[in-house]
Design a protein around this ligand. Structure first.
Ligand code: HEM
Length: 420
């Protein structure tokens, strides 16, 4: 049965509706893809794309679809814009333009230092450290035969790796989580003004913290990411350079936040639904890597980001007016049966297993994808080598999903297992 058949046909679809979150989006994607693949959302006014080919070609077409959709923090057109700016200015400079708001050729200039800094991440050398973190967390719950997987693994695991790689202390890992959560919420086009003000307080606090961390990295250079960003972006220590580094760090912290967490939690649920795959991915690394790709494709931790039409432009016969916001729904494109037959099935033999748009496409393709993939690979390796027979521990109440507009994945997952 198509997921679309689960949808209430009398109700117009809107992703701005508070109920249209988590897995409730899936039937809407299926229906829109076949009935209105370029759909004007009645609540947000945004144009929602659900076909793989439209999502992909829009992301690639940076001439007609600009990345700056005017939705990011201080950059937002909002009745509380002045108040938000004052909150930021009280704690440091106004946020610089986010990496994700530039288009080529300017984007290349801002992206290059990040690619260079990320190149310093010798992920192969890091694998041992990442595996240690996974084992450390598993040690904390393996005796119990049951775990709340999100708070005990999917959140702390990538955060511990990320805090270490940024050059921050483990004790600050929980701050990264808060900033990432609020940062993602702050991009929500439906965020009410009072919440925009609260978000500005949190994100201004992050800016204050980052200024100190950057000063510290400048005074004591090391091999971690903040030091590398100082070295590649602003060796002279200018105010413009400081703003640029802070903007990059903001982008990285937000982008790295829940994404891997949701990939891990959603992937575990898929594994529970396909128990025959546990020994397969345990014993065969190629299959494990394919499982990671399929989990990412089906879960799609980042459901959508936005583009802005630079001119009137037609997609699939629908004219999108200049200035309109487009939602390139990665999550819907990657479930397009035209490209991924039986899209909800985990198929480790899929020929195009890496063709998904989970990490976007050039030029904004995710610079953290290698880290995210490595973390997921190691997590599922450690899980399947040390445990077996994963199952929901509390029936239908075992899993609860995020209500984010943008992100998608479990925020609670009670899982039982057998120790091997
Ligand atoms: C499963 C995990 C992840 C997913 C699904 C994901 C997804 C994405 C997607 C779809 C984009 C493209 C945005 C666009 O089209 O405008 C992106 C960009 C980005 N991601 Fe990730 N990401 C993940 C993990 C990470 C990690 C771990 C980091 C950092 C360590 C990171 C840093 C970034 C940054 C900085 C950008 C902006 C790139 C640019 O605009 O040029 N991401 N990510």
């Amino acid at each position: 049965m198509s997921e679309a058949e689960n949808l209430d046909r009398d109700e117009p679809i809107s992703f701005g509706c508070p109920r249209m979150v988590g897995e409730a989006r899936l039937p809407a994607y299926d229906r829109l893809r076949s009935e209105a693949p370029v759909y004007k959302d009645p609540l947000t006014g945004n144009y929602v794309l659900t076909r793989y080919k439209d999502v992909r070609s829009t992301l690639l077409n940076h001439r007609q679809f600009k990345t700056d959709a005017g939705l990011v923090g201080g950059n937002r057109k909002s009745p509380v814009k002045a108040e938000v700016e004052a909150i930021y200015l009280a704690k440091g400079p106004l946020p610089g333009r986010n990496l994700q708001t530039y288009d080529p050729p300017e984007h290349r200039q801002h992206r290059a230092p990040i690619d260079r800094a990320f190149d310093h991440w010798k992920l192969e050398a890091l694998r041992g450290f990442i595996e240690e973190q996974a084992n450390f967390l598993v040690d904390g719950f393996i005796e119990r035969g049951e775990v709340e997987f999100v708070s005990e693994f999917t959140i702390p695991f990538p955060l511990r790796v990320f805090a270490d790689q940024l050059g921050l202390g483990m004790e600050d890992a929980s701050l990264l989580k808060l900033w990432a959560d609020v940062g993602v919420e702050d991009i929500d086009p439906t965020l009410p003004p009072d919440r925009q003000v609260e978000a500005a307080h949190v994100m201004a606090g992050m800016n204050e913290y980052l200024q100190k961390a950057i000063a510290n990295a400048r005074a004591h250079p090391g091999d971690r990411l903040i030091s590398k960003l100082v070295e590649t972006i602003d060796p002279e220590g200018t105010q413009a350079g400081l703003i640029e580094i802070m903007a990059v760090l903001r982008a990285i912290i937000i982008a790295a936040g829940d994404t891997t967490t949701f990939g891990l939690g959603g992937g575990m649920r898929l594994l529970m639904g396909n128990p025959h795959l546990v020994p397969v991915i345990r014993d065969d690394r190629d299959k494990l890597l394919a499982f990671v790709e399929e989990a990412l494709r089906i879960v799609s931790p980042l459901q959508t980001l936005f583009r802005c039409a630079a001119e009137d432009v037609a997609i699939g016969g629908v004219t999108i007016p200049k200035g309109a916001i487009i939602e390139a729904r990665y999550g819907a494109g990657d479930l397009d049966p035209e490209v991924f037959p039986c899209p909800y099935q985990v198929d480790l033999e899929r020929e195009n297993v890496r063709s998904h748009v989970v990490f976007g496409v050039a030029p904004h393709i995710c610079p953290g994808m290698l880290l995210a993939r490595t973390e997921m690979e190691i997590a599922f390796k450690v899980m399947t080598q040390r445990m077996d027979n994963f199952r929901p521990a509390r029936g239908a109440d075992s899993y609860e999903y995020s209500t984010s507009y943008i992100a998608h994945g479990p925020v609670r997952a009670h899982i039982a297992f057998d120790r091997r």
